[in-house]
Design a protein around this ligand. Structure first.
Ligand code: PGA
Length: 254
């Protein structure tokens, strides 16, 4: 059975106190919730990874992810953080290739291929994001675009690497826009992603990898999206900043 995942990407929001508070509020709210086979992940900004993770009495089911890292081991890269640094504060997940990183910080597939490898070498699980922009969907190129993003960034991996990879399909036109892919559009693309992975790495790996949907998931649409057979959870932006909404998404996936 594939692992379900509800992951909150807090982006560049919340100072240290607000981050600690939101993490604690989520912890308390899920206390009596059965979350079998569901991973719960939150991704605070880099400065808040350590204080959030090391709060006493956090629910141990709440995992922390970094939002980005550099591909190099270390060196003269002012302003960047390395996989080793993330791991050294106790964090074991990192989001890579978010569309905001690709768009505003020019992250390329080639750089992402390196980032994924560096993350895995440092015992971080990689939540790898990809997805088409609006023009690509409108010109019916979305399958081609997604296939090449996967090929360029992930096809160098070994079979065993897939144990530590989570895929997050995020159509860029649905991120932060209030616009959501329909459950049918999400399912269609997720099934396609599995066939792309199966062709290269075989059916077992394709069937075992969790594929999250991201793009304006909220309590009102989560149940329908999460109930699609190839959708294993969500990468959540806006709704992850509100305890009640985020917990409603965890409830919706059970
Ligand atoms: P959104 O963001 O839920 O606010 O659309 C999703 C994301 O950026 O991962």
């Amino acid at each position: 059975m594939r692992t379900k995942i509800v992951a909150g990407n807090w982006k560049m929001n919340l100072d240290v106190d607000a981050s600690k508070q939101l993490a604690m509020d989520i912890s308390v709210a899920i206390q009596n919730l059965e979350t079998n086979n569901t991973r719960i992940i939150i991704a605070p900004t880099a400065t808040n990874l350590y204080p959030v993770f090391h709060q006493p009495s956090m629910d141990s089911r709440v995992e922390i992810a970094a939002q980005n890292m550099h591909q190099a081991k270390n060196g003269a890269f002012t302003g960047e953080i390395s996989a080793e640094m993330i791991h050294s504060v106790g964090i074991t997940n990192v989001i890579l290739g978010h569309s905001e990183r690709r768009t505003y910080f020019n992250e390329t597939d080639a750089a992402l291929a390196e980032k994924v490898s560096t993350a895995l070498q440092n015992n971080l699980d990689a939540i790898f994001c990809f997805g088409e922009v609006l023009e690509e969907r409108q010109s019916n190129n979305h399958f081609k675009v997604v296939e090449s993003q996967l090929q360029n960034a992930l096809f160098h991996l070994n079979d065993s690497d897939w144990r530590n990879i989570v895929l997050a399909y995020e159509p860029v036109w649905a991120i932060g826009t209030g616009e959501t892919a329909s459950p049918e559009q999400a399912q269609e693309m997720h099934a396609f992603i599995r066939t792309v992975i199966a062709k290269k790495f075989g059916n077992t790996i394709a069937q075992n990898v969790s594929i999250l949907y991201g793009g304006s998931v909220k309590p009102s649409n989560a149940k329908e999206i999460f109930s699609q057979p190839d959708v294993d959870g969500g990468l959540i932006g806006g709704a992850a900043l509100n305890t009640a909404d985020f917990v409603a998404l965890i409830v919706a996936i059970q």
